[in-house]
Design a protein. Structure first.
Length: 172
């Protein structure tokens, strides 16, 4: 270098890098975050346990009282039958009228609780999922169709409670 030349002095960077936090400050920050996360975890765990416990209680109550609605709808039927028994000297026509009214009450109670009759008309195709064939008889109708219903069947919420007992047309 020549004497007239000067060495450039190092310049400070335009933006100074922020000082890294001290290890003690970083540790304190991580411990605080850990405490916060632990607390959040414990609260979430407790909430999940409370939800599980409440759900179990609700399921238990639902099972215990599942028939309550059905039983309530059958009480008027029982009342009607008891009223009929309380009048032993009633005329036959009045007793028959009361039996019909009681049967309507029972049918209504079953229907409200989604218990539906399976009473296939003659000529209906035999359905092994809803019908039980008791016998096959020679008939003038198509084979494997219902000839007569011996006992009505019942469904509850689309599930067979009792199949209809039927006689079926035999193949010719």
């Amino acid at each position: 270098m020549t004497p007239n030349e000067t060495t450039p002095e190092p310049q400070a960077p335009a933006t100074a890098a922020p000082e890294a936090p001290s290890p003690e400050a970083r540790l304190a920050e991580l411990e605080a975050k850990h405490t916060e996360m632990s607390d959040a975890y414990l609260r979430a765990k407790a909430e999940a346990e409370n939800v599980r416990r409440r759900s179990e209680e609700e399921i238990s109550k639902a099972r215990k009282f599942a028939v309550e609605s059905f039983a309530e709808s059958l009480l008027p039927v029982k009342d009607s039958l008891e009223a009929a028994i309380a009048m032993p000297d009633a005329p036959v026509d009045k007793v028959l009228e009361g039996v019909h009214a009681t049967l309507r009450q029972l049918a209504s109670a079953l229907e409200r609780n989604k218990v539906l009759e399976v009473n296939p008309p003659a000529g209906t195709r035999f359905d092994p999922h809803q019908h039980q064939a008791i016998s096959m008889v020679p008939a003038e109708q198509e084979a494997n169709t219902v000839v007569a219903v011996l006992q009505k069947g019942y469904l509850i919420a689309d599930r067979v409670l009792r199949p209809a007992l039927v006689t079926v047309a035999a193949p010719k």
